[in-house]
Design a protein around this ligand. Structure first.
Ligand SMILES: [Zn+2]
Length: 262
């Protein structure tokens, strides 16, 4: 009888614990979906499994040319609002990317490879491909449709919604003109370029010298992130860079990081 009693107590405790965990999760979701602003949703779901910064990244941060590369890549060109450009990044622990339609043979596999690499590069945000509450969407359009919506000046467009400080990015919509790409590799180059915009790479490289260096060269043909691109993404998704930083603040923080010992 006493044994049965004890088992009952254990079972009731488990139920109570599960209810508490469920309630907590719901509260967190609610904060997250109401307006994307919440104090609870900034921590990664799991402890970091990887060291997100490495020796190359530290050496790069110490180099003024790399710091220029960094700010060119992450800061958008000044727009009509006259506001000073600032860094924005994703701050939710998990960001789902959804393909709204098929981009053609091998595109989904390519996107999954990119996302896996993003997750190896940094440990702050877990990116995933799926359907569950997507924050980033990718749409492939016929040429006529694309032109009607975005004009003929581009083959890909990324529209983002964000706060100029925390919580940073809250939504990104990628649209790609699927019929104006000469080859599968050009389609991939457009996808990685737009995806880089969607994760906080707001800028462009315009100098020809950067043509082979970055996926954010204006008309890049590169289908993978270069070592410098990767170092930028690593640092962007580290504690050293936060949404709302101006160019001066970014450079100062990179210099501090280069001098730091961990
Ligand atoms: Zn672009």
């Amino acid at each position: 009888m006493r044994l049965v009693g004890r088992i009952l107590v254990v079972l009731i405790s488990i139920v109570a614990l599960l209810a508490a965990v469920y309630g907590g999760t719901m509260a967190l979701r609610w904060l997250d979906s109401s307006d994307g602003f919440g104090l609870l949703d900034r921590q990664p779901e799991q402890p970091l499994a990887l060291s997100s910064l490495n020796a190359h990244t530290r050496a790069a941060a110490d180099d003024p040319a790399f710091r220029r590369y960094f700010t060119t890549m992450v800061l958008p060109d000044p727009d009509a609002s006259g506001d000073e450009p600032v860094v924005v990044k994703w701050e939710q622990p998990r960001v789902t990317i959804k393909l709204l339609n098929k981009g053609g043979h091998g595109i989904e596999t390519y996107l999954r490879r990119l996302v896996a690499r993003l997750n190896r590069m940094q440990g702050e945000v877990r990116f995933a491909v799926g359907d569950d509450a997507p924050r980033i969407t990718v749409r492939f359009l016929r040429h006529q449709e694309y032109m009607r919506e975005f004009g003929r000046g581009s083959v890909g467009t990324t529209r983002t919604r964000f706060f100029r400080s925390s919580p940073g990015l809250i939504r990104a919509r990628i649209a790609i003109d699927a019929e104006r790409q000469d080859s599968a590799s050009q389609l991939k180059a457009t996808l990685i370029h737009e995806l880089t915009h969607a994760i906080g790479g707001g800028g462009h490289f315009t100098r020809l010298a950067d043509r082979r260096r970055s996926v954010l060269f204006q008309s890049s043909h590169i289908t993978s992130w270069s070592q410098d691109d990767a170092a930028v993404i690593r640092l962007l998704y580290s504690e050293w860079i936060t949404s709302g930083m101006t160019e001066r603040e970014v450079r100062a923080s990179l210099r501090r990081y280069a001098r730091s010992v961990d």
